[in-house]
Design a protein around this ligand. Structure first.
Ligand SMILES: [Zn+2]
Length: 333
């Protein structure tokens, strides 16, 4: 175990878990007044289930406020007493010996708690490493499926989907255009294009197309693994442990569940995209080849035969349906 060394003191500050433990401390006196003038040193801190009366001296009387958390102190005459948490923090001036000692003790307590949690994570390192390896394998499988999907959709459609993922725009719209020829009141032949916009649908699961969606997960995993290695080295080392170093490792390691969530989120997004009926995709690209690929994807998504002839029929059918719905001669998309 690494040393929790803070110069002259080491290890956890002493904790009193019950009043009887404090009462057994040699020199303990009940209702023993403490203030900055008779304070000598801190013995430790207490944390009880029930409240005990604070012995801070307020002019001629004791504070006597009940506290579950506070400090056990030795006075100049060698006797022992208690001071509650709020008096300990608020009544001894900043920079007094009591104030300095209390802060030192609290820092040691925080560091010791954190170090304990870090050591707990190091004990679970086999589980954490196994979990990361299995998540890594799951990401690789998902990435391979995603790459195959992109290949099937074609570069131009994937580019459009990446744009949509970047801007957060997930709806696909088309415009129905009808050209009307007529003669106006002055006998002039005129042409008017009537345009009606229409929302074809929404593309779900776009997150999978977000730039770096796959790249960040292995980095996060690597971060956790490196932090784990550092934590193992730290807990095996005899060197002094720095609070910020422990806090940093805890922040990375304590969050290893986030990696699992990232993988789950990508899996969900992929599933949502694949479950979509695929119709909106057919209006994100305009060349015949690209549209046929989109239509084939839509047919597969709907569990149908994805032959090219089926894809052509599918495109004609959806285009016709939208034209009819919009009462338009042609569609722009
Ligand atoms: Zn008090």
């Amino acid at each position: 175990m690494g040393e929790l060394d803070e110069g002259t003191t080491s290890g956890a500050p002493r904790r009193f878990g019950s009043m009887s433990e404090v009462e057994r401390e040699p020199g303990f006196l009940p209702d023993n007044p403490i203030d900055a003038t008779n304070y000598r040193r801190l013995v430790g801190y207490y944390r009880f289930d029930e409240e005990v009366a604070c012995c801070y001296r307020k002019s001629t009387v004791l504070c006597h406020e009940g506290h579950r958390f506070g400090f056990v102190a030795q006075l100049a005459d060698g006797t022992i007493t208690l001071v509650g948490n709020s008096c300990a923090k608020g009544r001894f001036g900043v920079g007094t010996q009591f104030d300095i000692d209390r802060r030192t003790l609290e820092n040691r307590r925080t560091l010791h708690d954190r170090f304990g949690r870090l050591a707990g994570l190091v004990e679970q390192q086999d589980d954490i490493r196994a979990m990361l390896a299995s998540e890594r394998a799951a990401v690789d499988v998902l990435k391979a499926r995603f790459d195959a999907l992109c290949l099937a959709l074609g570069r131009r459609l994937v580019d459009r989907l990446e744009d949509m993922a970047r801007t957060g725009q997930n709806t696909v719209s088309i415009r129905g255009v009808t050209t009307i020829h007529y003669v106006d009141d002055d006998g002039v032949h005129r042409t008017e294009h009537r345009k009606v916009d229409h929302r074809v649908g929404r593309v779900a699961g776009l997150e999978i197309f977000r730039h770096g969606a796959f790249a960040t997960i292995p980095l996060e995993m690597q971060g956790v693994l490196s932090a784990l290695d550092e934590a193992v080295a730290m807990t095996n080392s005899k060197k002094k442990v720095r609070d910020f170093a422990v806090a940093r490792l805890l922040a990375i390691l304590g969050d290893h569940a986030r990696v699992v969530k990232s993988v789950a989120r990508l899996n969900d997004a992929f599933g949502q995209f694949k479950r979509g009926d695929g119709v909106p995709l057919c209006y994100l690209v305009s060349t015949t080849g690209d549209r046929l690929r989109s239509a084939q994807h839509a047919l597969r998504a709907q569990g149908h035969d994805d032959s090219e002839s089926q894809a052509r029929a599918f495109l004609s059918a959806i285009d016709e349906r939208h034209r009819m719905a919009l009462g338009a001669q042609r569609l722009e998309y």
